[in-house]
Design a protein around this ligand. Structure first.
Ligand SMILES: NC(=O)c1ccc[n+]([C@@H]2O[C@H](COP(=O)([O-])OP(=O)(O)OC[C@H]3O[C@@H](n4cnc5c(N)ncnc54)[C@H](OP(=O)(O)O)[C@@H]3O)[C@@H](O)[C@H]2O)c1
Length: 325
Protein backbone atom coordinates (compact mmCIF):
# COMPACT_ATOMS: atom_id res chain seq x y z
CA UNK A 1 0.00 0.00 0.00
CA UNK A 2 1.27 3.51 -0.72
CA UNK A 3 0.10 6.97 -1.78
CA UNK A 4 -2.91 6.89 -4.11
CA UNK A 5 -3.22 9.22 -7.10
CA UNK A 6 -6.17 10.67 -8.99
CA UNK A 7 -6.00 10.90 -12.78
CA UNK A 8 -6.33 14.50 -13.89
CA UNK A 9 -6.55 16.10 -17.34
CA UNK A 10 -3.32 16.38 -19.31
CA UNK A 11 -1.88 13.22 -17.73
CA UNK A 12 -0.91 14.89 -14.44
CA UNK A 13 -1.84 12.91 -11.31
CA UNK A 14 -3.15 14.49 -8.11
CA UNK A 15 -1.62 12.93 -4.96
CA UNK A 16 -4.40 11.47 -2.81
CA UNK A 17 -3.64 13.74 0.15
CA UNK A 18 -2.63 17.38 0.23
CA UNK A 19 -1.50 19.95 2.77
CA UNK A 20 -4.12 22.60 3.57
CA UNK A 21 -2.78 26.08 4.33
CA UNK A 22 -5.73 28.27 5.31
CA UNK A 23 -4.97 30.39 8.40
CA UNK A 24 -1.25 29.64 8.05
CA UNK A 25 0.17 33.12 7.57
CA UNK A 26 3.00 33.33 10.07
CA UNK A 27 6.10 33.20 7.84
CA UNK A 28 8.38 31.13 10.05
CA UNK A 29 5.60 28.77 11.08
CA UNK A 30 4.46 28.15 7.49
CA UNK A 31 8.01 27.77 6.16
CA UNK A 32 8.75 25.17 8.85
CA UNK A 33 5.46 23.41 8.07
CA UNK A 34 6.14 23.31 4.33
CA UNK A 35 9.68 22.02 4.85
CA UNK A 36 8.33 19.31 7.18
CA UNK A 37 5.58 18.42 4.70
CA UNK A 38 7.91 18.17 1.71
CA UNK A 39 10.41 16.14 3.79
CA UNK A 40 7.79 13.58 4.73
CA UNK A 41 6.39 13.17 1.24
CA UNK A 42 3.60 15.70 0.64
CA UNK A 43 3.64 16.88 -2.96
CA UNK A 44 0.12 18.35 -3.13
CA UNK A 45 -0.33 21.81 -1.61
CA UNK A 46 -3.61 23.67 -1.38
CA UNK A 47 -3.67 27.44 -1.10
CA UNK A 48 -5.79 30.38 -2.30
CA UNK A 49 -5.32 34.04 -3.15
CA UNK A 50 -7.62 34.68 -0.18
CA UNK A 51 -5.23 32.92 2.27
CA UNK A 52 -2.57 35.63 1.75
CA UNK A 53 0.24 33.08 1.95
CA UNK A 54 1.08 32.42 -1.71
CA UNK A 55 4.33 34.43 -1.44
CA UNK A 56 5.57 32.35 1.51
CA UNK A 57 4.67 29.12 -0.28
CA UNK A 58 6.33 30.40 -3.46
CA UNK A 59 9.55 31.13 -1.61
CA UNK A 60 9.75 27.64 -0.10
CA UNK A 61 8.87 25.91 -3.38
CA UNK A 62 11.51 27.97 -5.15
CA UNK A 63 14.14 26.93 -2.57
CA UNK A 64 13.27 23.25 -2.94
CA UNK A 65 13.16 23.34 -6.75
CA UNK A 66 16.33 25.40 -7.21
CA UNK A 67 18.24 23.17 -4.75
CA UNK A 68 17.19 20.17 -6.87
CA UNK A 69 15.37 18.60 -3.88
CA UNK A 70 12.12 18.34 -5.83
CA UNK A 71 11.12 18.71 -9.47
CA UNK A 72 8.36 21.13 -10.39
CA UNK A 73 6.65 18.31 -12.30
CA UNK A 74 6.45 16.18 -9.16
CA UNK A 75 4.53 18.86 -7.27
CA UNK A 76 0.77 19.37 -7.41
CA UNK A 77 0.00 23.01 -6.64
CA UNK A 78 -3.56 24.24 -6.30
CA UNK A 79 -4.78 27.78 -5.76
CA UNK A 80 -8.11 29.54 -6.10
CA UNK A 81 -9.75 32.54 -7.74
CA UNK A 82 -10.95 34.77 -4.88
CA UNK A 83 -14.53 36.06 -4.71
CA UNK A 84 -13.20 39.46 -5.77
CA UNK A 85 -11.92 37.83 -8.99
CA UNK A 86 -15.13 36.06 -9.90
CA UNK A 87 -15.82 38.12 -12.98
CA UNK A 88 -14.73 37.28 -16.56
CA UNK A 89 -12.66 40.51 -16.76
CA UNK A 90 -10.52 39.60 -13.72
CA UNK A 91 -9.74 35.87 -14.06
CA UNK A 92 -6.53 36.27 -16.04
CA UNK A 93 -5.25 39.15 -13.88
CA UNK A 94 -5.88 37.21 -10.65
CA UNK A 95 -4.31 34.00 -11.92
CA UNK A 96 -1.21 35.91 -13.06
CA UNK A 97 -0.92 37.47 -9.59
CA UNK A 98 -1.07 34.02 -7.97
CA UNK A 99 1.53 32.61 -10.39
CA UNK A 100 3.85 35.52 -9.68
CA UNK A 101 3.53 35.12 -5.90
CA UNK A 102 3.93 31.35 -6.08
CA UNK A 103 6.93 31.83 -8.40
CA UNK A 104 5.53 29.27 -10.81
CA UNK A 105 5.04 29.21 -14.58
CA UNK A 106 1.91 27.10 -14.29
CA UNK A 107 -0.51 25.74 -11.70
CA UNK A 108 -1.69 22.17 -11.59
CA UNK A 109 -5.22 23.16 -10.70
CA UNK A 110 -7.01 26.50 -10.52
CA UNK A 111 -10.35 26.54 -8.69
CA UNK A 112 -13.19 29.03 -8.62
CA UNK A 113 -13.18 29.50 -4.85
CA UNK A 114 -16.88 30.27 -4.39
CA UNK A 115 -19.85 30.67 -6.75
CA UNK A 116 -20.46 34.31 -5.77
CA UNK A 117 -18.62 37.37 -7.09
CA UNK A 118 -17.95 40.70 -5.39
CA UNK A 119 -16.13 43.85 -6.48
CA UNK A 120 -12.34 44.04 -6.53
CA UNK A 121 -10.55 46.71 -4.50
CA UNK A 122 -6.83 47.05 -5.31
CA UNK A 123 -4.64 46.12 -2.35
CA UNK A 124 -7.28 43.91 -0.68
CA UNK A 125 -7.80 40.17 -1.15
CA UNK A 126 -11.47 40.83 -0.48
CA UNK A 127 -12.92 44.32 -0.15
CA UNK A 128 -13.36 45.60 3.42
CA UNK A 129 -16.97 45.00 4.56
CA UNK A 130 -17.87 48.70 4.15
CA UNK A 131 -16.78 48.63 0.48
CA UNK A 132 -17.99 45.16 -0.50
CA UNK A 133 -20.64 45.08 -3.26
CA UNK A 134 -22.24 41.97 -4.72
CA UNK A 135 -21.81 41.67 -8.49
CA UNK A 136 -23.85 39.86 -11.11
CA UNK A 137 -22.15 36.46 -11.48
CA UNK A 138 -22.49 34.59 -14.77
CA UNK A 139 -20.91 31.15 -14.35
CA UNK A 140 -21.02 30.39 -18.09
CA UNK A 141 -19.03 33.50 -19.03
CA UNK A 142 -16.69 32.99 -16.07
CA UNK A 143 -15.99 29.40 -17.09
CA UNK A 144 -15.03 30.48 -20.64
CA UNK A 145 -12.29 32.63 -19.08
CA UNK A 146 -11.19 29.73 -16.87
CA UNK A 147 -10.91 27.56 -20.01
CA UNK A 148 -8.76 30.22 -21.66
CA UNK A 149 -6.27 29.88 -18.79
CA UNK A 150 -5.77 26.21 -19.69
CA UNK A 151 -5.37 27.14 -23.38
CA UNK A 152 -2.72 29.71 -22.40
CA UNK A 153 -0.79 27.09 -20.35
CA UNK A 154 -1.21 28.95 -17.05
CA UNK A 155 -2.88 25.96 -15.42
CA UNK A 156 -3.07 22.26 -16.27
CA UNK A 157 -6.62 21.86 -14.96
CA UNK A 158 -9.54 23.94 -13.74
CA UNK A 159 -12.23 23.21 -11.21
CA UNK A 160 -14.78 24.49 -8.74
CA UNK A 161 -15.19 24.87 -5.02
CA UNK A 162 -18.39 25.24 -3.00
CA UNK A 163 -20.65 24.90 -6.06
CA UNK A 164 -23.93 22.96 -5.72
CA UNK A 165 -25.26 20.31 -8.14
CA UNK A 166 -27.42 22.77 -10.09
CA UNK A 167 -24.49 25.12 -10.59
CA UNK A 168 -22.13 22.32 -11.68
CA UNK A 169 -24.73 20.89 -14.09
CA UNK A 170 -25.05 24.28 -15.76
CA UNK A 171 -21.29 24.42 -16.37
CA UNK A 172 -21.18 20.79 -17.56
CA UNK A 173 -23.85 21.61 -20.18
CA UNK A 174 -21.92 24.47 -21.77
CA UNK A 175 -18.26 23.74 -21.14
CA UNK A 176 -15.50 22.97 -23.61
CA UNK A 177 -13.17 21.86 -20.77
CA UNK A 178 -14.91 19.98 -17.96
CA UNK A 179 -14.36 20.96 -14.31
CA UNK A 180 -11.75 18.41 -13.21
CA UNK A 181 -12.35 18.80 -9.50
CA UNK A 182 -14.83 19.96 -6.89
CA UNK A 183 -13.45 21.05 -3.52
CA UNK A 184 -16.06 21.02 -0.75
CA UNK A 185 -16.39 20.59 2.99
CA UNK A 186 -16.56 16.89 3.90
CA UNK A 187 -15.90 15.17 7.21
CA UNK A 188 -17.47 12.35 9.18
CA UNK A 189 -20.34 14.55 10.42
CA UNK A 190 -21.19 15.98 6.96
CA UNK A 191 -20.45 13.39 4.30
CA UNK A 192 -22.11 15.02 1.26
CA UNK A 193 -23.03 11.63 -0.21
CA UNK A 194 -25.33 12.95 -2.99
CA UNK A 195 -22.86 15.58 -4.18
CA UNK A 196 -19.91 13.16 -4.04
CA UNK A 197 -21.89 10.54 -6.07
CA UNK A 198 -22.85 13.19 -8.60
CA UNK A 199 -19.20 14.20 -9.05
CA UNK A 200 -17.92 10.66 -9.28
CA UNK A 201 -20.58 9.81 -11.91
CA UNK A 202 -19.43 12.82 -13.91
CA UNK A 203 -15.71 12.04 -13.61
CA UNK A 204 -15.05 14.98 -11.26
CA UNK A 205 -12.40 14.39 -8.57
CA UNK A 206 -13.67 15.34 -5.10
CA UNK A 207 -11.36 17.09 -2.63
CA UNK A 208 -12.43 17.41 1.01
CA UNK A 209 -11.75 20.53 3.02
CA UNK A 210 -12.15 20.61 6.83
CA UNK A 211 -11.48 16.84 6.69
CA UNK A 212 -10.64 16.79 10.42
CA UNK A 213 -13.66 18.89 11.30
CA UNK A 214 -11.58 22.11 11.45
CA UNK A 215 -10.88 22.15 15.20
CA UNK A 216 -9.29 25.61 14.86
CA UNK A 217 -12.31 27.21 13.15
CA UNK A 218 -13.45 29.20 16.19
CA UNK A 219 -10.02 30.86 16.44
CA UNK A 220 -10.60 32.08 12.90
CA UNK A 221 -14.12 33.35 13.71
CA UNK A 222 -12.69 35.17 16.74
CA UNK A 223 -9.97 36.76 14.60
CA UNK A 224 -12.65 38.26 12.31
CA UNK A 225 -14.75 39.44 15.26
CA UNK A 226 -17.47 36.78 14.97
CA UNK A 227 -19.09 34.61 17.62
CA UNK A 228 -17.82 31.03 18.00
CA UNK A 229 -20.10 28.25 16.71
CA UNK A 230 -20.68 24.72 17.90
CA UNK A 231 -18.34 22.39 16.00
CA UNK A 232 -18.97 18.65 15.41
CA UNK A 233 -15.71 17.76 17.26
CA UNK A 234 -15.33 14.43 15.45
CA UNK A 235 -11.77 13.90 16.75
CA UNK A 236 -13.40 13.21 20.14
CA UNK A 237 -16.26 11.14 18.74
CA UNK A 238 -16.48 7.74 20.55
CA UNK A 239 -17.02 5.78 17.31
CA UNK A 240 -14.04 7.45 15.61
CA UNK A 241 -11.95 6.84 18.75
CA UNK A 242 -12.98 3.20 18.93
CA UNK A 243 -12.07 2.55 15.26
CA UNK A 244 -8.77 4.38 15.82
CA UNK A 245 -7.93 2.19 18.82
CA UNK A 246 -8.72 -0.96 16.85
CA UNK A 247 -6.19 0.03 14.13
CA UNK A 248 -3.65 1.63 16.53
CA UNK A 249 -4.07 4.89 14.68
CA UNK A 250 -5.17 8.37 15.81
CA UNK A 251 -8.76 9.65 15.39
CA UNK A 252 -7.44 12.12 12.79
CA UNK A 253 -5.87 9.32 10.76
CA UNK A 254 -9.17 7.41 10.81
CA UNK A 255 -11.10 10.48 9.62
CA UNK A 256 -8.64 10.92 6.73
CA UNK A 257 -8.55 7.21 5.83
CA UNK A 258 -12.36 7.13 5.78
CA UNK A 259 -12.31 9.83 3.08
CA UNK A 260 -9.54 8.15 1.06
CA UNK A 261 -11.53 4.88 0.99
CA UNK A 262 -14.52 6.88 -0.32
CA UNK A 263 -12.29 7.99 -3.23
CA UNK A 264 -12.06 11.52 -1.84
CA UNK A 265 -8.81 13.50 -1.48
CA UNK A 266 -8.42 15.12 1.96
CA UNK A 267 -6.32 18.27 2.42
CA UNK A 268 -5.76 18.48 6.19
CA UNK A 269 -4.17 21.71 7.38
CA UNK A 270 -1.46 21.65 9.99
CA UNK A 271 1.52 23.81 10.85
CA UNK A 272 2.71 21.32 13.45
CA UNK A 273 5.46 19.03 12.03
CA UNK A 274 4.45 15.99 14.07
CA UNK A 275 0.76 16.32 13.07
CA UNK A 276 1.80 16.94 9.45
CA UNK A 277 3.64 13.60 9.53
CA UNK A 278 0.79 11.87 11.33
CA UNK A 279 -1.71 13.06 8.73
CA UNK A 280 0.15 11.52 5.77
CA UNK A 281 0.63 8.17 7.52
CA UNK A 282 -2.72 6.93 6.32
CA UNK A 283 -1.70 4.63 3.48
CA UNK A 284 -0.56 1.69 5.63
CA UNK A 285 -3.90 0.45 7.01
CA UNK A 286 -7.39 -0.36 5.77
CA UNK A 287 -10.77 0.24 7.32
CA UNK A 288 -12.93 -2.85 6.86
CA UNK A 289 -16.58 -2.86 5.75
CA UNK A 290 -17.78 -2.77 9.38
CA UNK A 291 -15.63 0.29 10.19
CA UNK A 292 -16.80 2.04 7.02
CA UNK A 293 -20.46 1.36 7.93
CA UNK A 294 -20.05 2.68 11.49
CA UNK A 295 -18.30 5.84 10.26
CA UNK A 296 -20.85 6.31 7.49
CA UNK A 297 -23.61 6.37 10.14
CA UNK A 298 -22.04 9.45 11.79
CA UNK A 299 -23.34 11.65 8.97
CA UNK A 300 -25.80 14.24 10.30
CA UNK A 301 -25.86 16.28 7.11
CA UNK A 302 -26.10 20.00 6.49
CA UNK A 303 -26.52 20.94 10.15
CA UNK A 304 -22.88 19.92 10.71
CA UNK A 305 -21.53 22.41 8.15
CA UNK A 306 -18.64 24.34 9.66
CA UNK A 307 -17.37 26.67 6.94
CA UNK A 308 -20.65 28.32 5.90
CA UNK A 309 -18.96 31.48 4.52
CA UNK A 310 -21.19 33.64 6.68
CA UNK A 311 -18.01 35.36 7.84
CA UNK A 312 -18.79 37.48 4.75
CA UNK A 313 -22.42 38.25 5.69
CA UNK A 314 -23.10 40.04 2.38
CA UNK A 315 -22.57 36.88 0.30
CA UNK A 316 -25.68 35.16 1.66
CA UNK A 317 -27.93 37.57 -0.26
CA UNK A 318 -26.38 36.74 -3.64
CA UNK A 319 -28.65 34.70 -5.97
CA UNK A 320 -25.78 32.23 -6.50
CA UNK A 321 -25.13 31.64 -2.78
CA UNK A 322 -24.90 27.82 -2.91
CA UNK A 323 -26.60 26.70 0.29
CA UNK A 324 -30.02 28.32 0.31
CA UNK A 325 -32.57 26.48 2.45
N1 LIG B 1 -12.42 25.81 -0.70
C1 LIG B 1 -12.79 26.32 0.46
O1 LIG B 1 -13.76 27.09 0.55
C2 LIG B 1 -12.04 25.92 1.71
C3 LIG B 1 -12.58 26.21 2.97
C4 LIG B 1 -11.88 25.79 4.10
C5 LIG B 1 -10.69 25.13 3.95
N2 LIG B 1 -10.15 24.91 2.71
C6 LIG B 1 -8.84 24.20 2.54
O2 LIG B 1 -8.90 22.97 3.24
C7 LIG B 1 -7.85 22.91 4.20
C8 LIG B 1 -8.27 22.08 5.39
O3 LIG B 1 -9.39 22.63 6.05
P1 LIG B 1 -9.29 23.38 7.46
O4 LIG B 1 -7.94 23.93 7.63
O5 LIG B 1 -10.44 24.33 7.54
O6 LIG B 1 -9.62 22.23 8.52
P2 LIG B 1 -8.94 20.85 8.95
O7 LIG B 1 -7.82 20.48 8.07
O8 LIG B 1 -10.07 19.89 9.14
O9 LIG B 1 -8.40 21.19 10.41
C9 LIG B 1 -7.26 21.99 10.61
C10 LIG B 1 -7.08 22.12 12.13
O10 LIG B 1 -6.82 20.84 12.70
C11 LIG B 1 -5.61 20.85 13.46
N3 LIG B 1 -4.99 19.53 13.18
C12 LIG B 1 -4.29 19.17 12.09
N4 LIG B 1 -3.94 17.88 12.14
C13 LIG B 1 -4.44 17.40 13.31
C14 LIG B 1 -4.43 16.14 13.92
N5 LIG B 1 -3.82 15.09 13.33
N6 LIG B 1 -5.05 15.99 15.11
C15 LIG B 1 -5.65 17.04 15.70
N7 LIG B 1 -5.71 18.28 15.16
C16 LIG B 1 -5.12 18.46 13.97
C17 LIG B 1 -4.83 22.03 12.93
O11 LIG B 1 -4.02 22.60 13.93
P3 LIG B 1 -2.42 22.73 13.74
O12 LIG B 1 -2.16 23.53 12.49
O13 LIG B 1 -1.99 23.42 14.98
O14 LIG B 1 -1.90 21.32 13.64
C18 LIG B 1 -5.95 23.00 12.54
O15 LIG B 1 -6.37 23.75 13.66
C19 LIG B 1 -7.59 24.40 4.51
O16 LIG B 1 -6.38 24.63 5.19
C20 LIG B 1 -7.64 24.97 3.11
O17 LIG B 1 -6.44 24.68 2.41
C21 LIG B 1 -10.83 25.26 1.60
Amino acid sequence: MGMVYMDMPGGKKMPGIGLGTWNAIDETELETALDAALECGYRHIDTAFFYENEKIIGRVLHQWISAGKVKRDDLYIVTKLAVSGIHPDRVEMMLKKSLEDLRLKYLDLYLVHFPVGVNYVEGHVVPPASQMRLEHTDHVELWKKMEEQVDAGRTKAIGLSNFNIRQIERILKCCRIKPACLQIEIHAAMQQKELVDFCHKNGIVVVAYCPLGAPGYNDFLKSVGQKPKELPNMLQNPVVKQVAQKHRKSPGQVMLRFLIQRNIVPIPKSVNPSRIKENIEVFDFNLDAGDMKKLSELDIGESARICDWKFFPALVDHPEFPWKA
